[in-house]
Design a protein around this ligand. Sequence first.
Ligand SMILES: Cc1cc2nc3c(=O)[nH]c(=O)nc-3n(C[C@H](O)[C@H](O)[C@H](O)COP(=O)(O)O)c2cc1C
Length: 218
Amino acid sequence: MLLDLIQNRKSIRNYSEKNIPNEDLKKILQAGYYAPSWMNSQPWKFILVKDEESKALLSQLALNQPHVKSANAVIVCIADKNAWNRENFGKVLARRGMNEAGIDKILSVPMLYPVLLGDDKVLLRSVEQVTYAISYMMLEAKELGIDSCIIGAIANEATVWQEDIISKVNEKLNLKEGEVLISMITLGYAKEEEKPEKMRKDFDEIIHFERVGQKFEV
Ligand SMILES: Cc1cc2nc3c(=O)[nH]c(=O)nc-3n(C[C@H](O)[C@H](O)[C@H](O)COP(=O)(O)O)c2cc1C
């Protein structure tokens, strides 16, 4: 059951030396590729990183978190702000069957077209889309018996700007202007079997029925 998979997934930070087969890495990336996005905008790029030097650099970007370096593979998740420009977003809408007039109409409504609301909103909406793809990739990994951890404590334009390390990473990964590294997924096999222990707030603190404060009882 998918719920069992979700409940048993746990962030794993200690990995064995075992190599992940490329076929499995491809399946994980496909799970991101097929994830849903707003109007099918797909404002993302996913970069599979296995190179030791690159992983060491990515670890530096993430407050030197050791599991970025020791992971067998890292998927770098990019929010692509360029996906929203007239040309790129227009292509996506045209593939949905929209004509030029229809596209112009969409692009004139701020709720539908974040570019009209400024760069911060474009980043926000791009990040929103990428997070769905990240979840899909982590669950596919778990399905394949591969453990993972999301790395969000990183320097970028949404957190803190660290010019030196950000430029080095951008150059190493060949990122263009407007392509923002927003998180990474570390992948590997857990060193030791870890009992999944889900530390979560109480179910009733999070889940409500009809209105906040009312329990959903089954
Ligand atoms: C957006 C986001 C960013 C995260 N960043 C980090 C991180 O930088 N380093 C890390 O070790 N774990 C990170 N995590 C993992 C969380 O700590 C973990 O999901 C949470 O403690 C719940 O544990 P679980 O995943 O085992 O259920 C992040 C999770 C999310 C969703």
